[in-house]
Design a protein around this ligand. Structure first.
Ligand code: SF4
Length: 348
């Protein structure tokens, strides 16, 4: 089976020519695929094409999607979470987060995840496989179709560790830029950090995309190595100071500041002493901290930090000259934390 999603206009024109059609038929396929108003996902529903051409493409195994919707969850604040089935009967999640001006798509890069972060539902199930670039891209089209508007921003914060799927991640970003017309500056790649992979990410980005202008977000979640290892077991392979050094190199290589994600966990990392320690760790460095309220999940012992601790923590970072913002939880009422929808579906 050949998925036409992610093909260039030139490649689609060649498909049309191979079938004795005029080249513009290829451009019609391209325009149809990326029009978010076209909700159908089947090649024989591209009605602008002649019936016999559609039939031949279908008979020869061409298609335009590998995914189908397994479950939809719409939260009161408009956040839409989709559980999608892959061809090999796995499940992945993606989320559409709307505001008046933006629609942010939160995407998965793998089926499951090998990193086993203790606060995360996805990490509990281990890794099944990495996603193909077309499966990553398709999540955006599903969100656009379902929400009937264009996605404006992308965050790779769904299931999986993107730095363990760098090639398909960057190929999907290339198509997001070129075909969906979303600039790299509107894309955030979030990682818990894997040794040597931050440098590899920027080097490969220059190779595949010609530059590296997306935002790198590190899921730090701790102010020192000891705390980090208790919540992210894979952290034992990568000292927190080495992560910061590699991030500084990323800033030098790309000119982009790095974001640090910090999940506030009650009694674990939410005290003022942690805020002071984090300030020293990040001092003199072109970066930004996002403090995040935790979405509690079953079977995990962590508790959400109090709003008072969150605000005190934020003030201390600000006093110490660290750029910081609070990220509000969205879609809390519909299992918005990564991996929760998939886990719930499995438990049914
Ligand atoms: S938080 Fe991200 S990296 Fe960690 S287990 Fe969950 S999906 Fe994987």
């Amino acid at each position: 089976m050949k998925n036409l999603l992610g093909s260039s206009t030139k490649e689609l024109e060649n498909v049309a020519l191979d079938y004795g059609q005029a080249a513009f038929r290829g451009r019609q396929i391209y325009n149809w695929i990326y029009n978010y108003r076209n909700k159908k996902k089947n090649i024989d529903q591209i009605e602008v094409l002649p019936l016999d051409f559609r039939k031949k493409l279908k008979d020869d195994g061409f298609k335009i999607s590998d995914l189908s919707i397994q479950e939809r969850n719409l939260a009161n604040d408009g956040t839409l979470k989709l559980l999608l089935s892959t061809e090999d009967n796995e499940s992945i999640e993606c989320v559409g987060i709307p505001t008046e001006k933006r629609l942010t798509a939160c995407l998965s890069s793998q089926v499951g995840c090998p990193m086993d972060c203790k606060f995360c539902a996805t990490g509990k199930e281990g890794l099944k496989r990495s996603l193909k670039a077309s499966e990553i891209l398709d999540q955006i089209l599903f969100i656009e179709n379902e929400m009937n508007r264009k996605v404006t921003n992308i965050v790779f914060m769904g299931m999986g560790e993107p730095l363990l799927n760098i090639d398909d991640l960057l190929l999907s970003i290339r198509s997001i830029n070129k075909d969906l017309k979303i600039s790299q500056r509107k894309i955030t790649v979030s990682t818990v950090a894997v040794p040597k992979m931050i440098n590899k990410l920027s080097a490969k980005s220059f190779q595949i995309l010609g530059n590296c202008q997306f935002t790198l977000a590190i899921s730090l979640h701790a102010s020192n190595q000891k705390i980090r290892e208790t919540i992210i077991p894979s952290a034992k392979n990568y000292e927190i100071e080495n992560i910061i050094e590699d991030c500084k190199q990323f800033v030098r290589d790309t000119g982009r500041r790095v974001s640090f994600e910090y999940l506030m966990l009650s009694g674990v990392n939410d005290k003022l002493e942690h805020a002071t320690e984090l300030s020293y760790l990040l001092k003199g460095f072109q970066c930004h901290v996002n403090l995040i309220q935790y979405n509690q999940i079953d079977e995990v012992e962590f508790q959400r930090a109090s709003l008072k601790n969150l605000q005190s923590f934020q003030s201390r970072l600000t006093q110490n000259g660290i750029a910081v913002s609070l990220r509000k939880s969205r879609g809390l009422d519909k299992n918005a934390a990564c991996g929760q929808l998939r886990q719930n579906a499995r438990n049914k």
